[in-house]
Ligand binder design. Structure first.
Ligand SMILES: Cc1cc2nc3c(=O)[nH]c(=O)nc-3n(C[C@H](O)[C@H](O)[C@H](O)COP(=O)(O)OP(=O)(O)OC[C@H]3O[C@@H](n4cnc5c(N)ncnc54)[C@H](O)[C@@H]3O)c2cc1C
Length: 449
């Protein structure tokens, strides 16, 4: 006879926090944090990768972005600018048909399947021996002088403390310096985020050749009637009758209730777009429906005060700082008005560089920041916050904490660090698959971060 379980009494009692010890704790598992964790693991560090979300991937997954920007330089045959462990994902997804290069903005971006990215990330975390601590919200930073000694997380199962020698803050909001009560920066006006969405049951053959102006014209003409706030943006087919949309603008306040409401408002804008497209373009969108809404996509919030700052002037001039750790040629893509986006494109041979000092918060010796919360003027950040440079920042962060061991990140051997990052600073690889992307998408090809 089948045995049914019996009741067994339990109670919490005086449960102590669970403690995890590691060499390096990475906060945030988006493009920057995932790269940092995997790179540190590959260097032999024991790593805890913590994230408030119940899944690995940050906004690459949760915001449903679908395109990877900033991997390449500009021009008809652009250089690959970013290398590292994330190459494994790029190669695997391209080989499996889960990512594809597309000509856009005088460069190449990669369209990727969101589930494929996530599954690669999960497998890579396990294979690298990285400990995933998910659903864990950082609530307290423990310090001894200028060193962080532990992070205390709230999880649904109780408190978890992570003790580490060094910390990589890839939270997007620079939460470690913030909870350490350091001075921080933010833009003096809103930088708008976006709720991305996917429509399905679109007749993509019917709209395959439509220029983006077809959509923008209808959005401008009838947007107010439908309650739209943004009248530019991007929509591109991704196969099987589906199109990816980056056509909404929402404010992204650093406040849980405000962000929740912003996410709901963004979905309202997506619904309004669907209603508009059904009416305006029945031949392509008459049967369309929303297949997927992303979570509130956050572009820029809070940034650290580092020992160096990335400035707009340095981006425009392609200044080459002595402590550079990555190259980039992505435009200044600034979302400061609800209606439109400011784009400042760069020439074919343009490169700008990120100084390592923009990743090291003043006042902390064993914390390095990677991703969209580095020290940068808001418009300068808008040129390096896409995911390619975030991968490169994650790699630089991992190499730096590995090199300094128990020393200070403010006193590392820069020449040695740059030697380890040489491919991201100087290599001139041209990926073979770019041949396939050239000429495939025409002059209307576009992309955005
Ligand atoms: C709508 C939109 C479209 C974009 N499109 C593109 C694009 O097409 N291509 C491209 O390359 N880039 C694009 N970008 C830019 C890119 O998504 C981000 O800049 C990039 O995701 C930044 O990566 P990150 O690793 O710094 O942070 P994120 O991906 O934001 O990851 C941060 C992680 O930290 C975690 N976290 C935050 N606070 C805490 C806490 N207190 N405790 C624990 N965990 C915490 C979060 O849960 C999150 O998972 C887009 C951005 C937006 C908003």
């Amino acid at each position: 006879m089948t045995r049914f379980p019996e009741i067994k009494p339990i109670r919490r009692g005086g449960a102590e926090p669970k403690v995890l010890d590691c060499d390096v704790c990475v906060l945030g598992s988006g493009a920057a944090g995932l790269s940092a964790a995997l790179e540190a693991g590959a260097l032999g560090e024991s790593v805890v990768l913590a994230d408030a979300a119940p899944q690995v991937g940050g906004q690459a997954i949760s915001a449903a972005l679908g395109t990877l920007c900033g991997l390449y330089g500009n021009g008809p045959q652009p250089l690959r600018l970013v290398h590292g462990v994330m190459d494994g994902m790029i190669h695997e997804l391209i080989a499996a048909g889960e990512a594809a290069p597309r000509r856009a903005r005088n460069t190449v971006i990669l369209d990727y399947a969101i589930d494929a990215w996530q599954r690669w990330a999960e497998r890579a975390v396990v294979a690298a021996g990285v400990t995933p601590l998910l659903g864990a919200v950082l609530r307290e930073v423990e310090r001894g002088g200028t060193r962080v000694t532990a992070l205390a997380f709230a999880t649904r199962f109780g408190e978890v403390r992570v003790q580490a020698r060094a910390f990589v803050d890839a939270s997007g909001d620079a939460v470690i310096p913030w909870l350490s009560d350091l001075e921080m920066n933010t833009a003096d006006e809103p930088i708008y985020g976006t709720v991305m969405a996917m429509f399905e049951r679109v007749d993509t053959d019917a709209c395959a050749d439509w220029p983006r102006s077809t959509y923008h014209e209808a959005m401008k003409r009838r947007g107010a009637e439908f309650g739209l706030v943004r009248f530019d943006g991007f929509i591109f087919p991704v196969g099987d009758g589906r199109v990816n949309l980056n056509l909404t603008h929402i404010e992204t306040p650093l406040d849980a209730v405000g962000l929740a409401l912003a996410g709901i408002e963004g979905k309202r804008q997506v619904d309004a777009l669907l209603a508009l497209f059904r009416e305006e373009f029945p031949e392509a969108y008459g049967r369309a429906r929303v297949a997927h809404y992303g979570q509130a996509g956050i572009r820029q919030t809070r940034t650290i005060v580092g020992t160096r700052r990335l400035t707009v002037e340095a981006v425009r001039n392609g200044a080459v700082p002595d402590d550079r750790v990555l190259r980039c040629s992505w435009p200044i893509e600034l979302h400061t008005t609800p209606e439109t986006t400011h784009w400042e494109m760069f020439d074919e041979d343009h490169l700008h560089y990120l100084p390592f000092g923009a990743m090291t918060p003043k006042g902390l010796d064993n914390v390095v920041v990677a991703g969209r919360c580095i020290d940068a003027e808001p418009a300068a950040l808008a040129s390096v916050r896409v995911m390619g440079p975030c991968f490169a920042m994650g790699r630089a962060a991992a190499e730096a904490v590995h090199q300094v061991e128990a020393g200070s990140l403010h006193q590392l051997d820069m020449a040695a660090l740059q030697a380890r990052l040489a491919d991201n600073l100087t290599e001139t690889t041209r990926d073979p698959w770019l041949e396939r992307s050239v000429g495939e998408s025409g002059p209307e090809a576009y992309g955005a971060g």
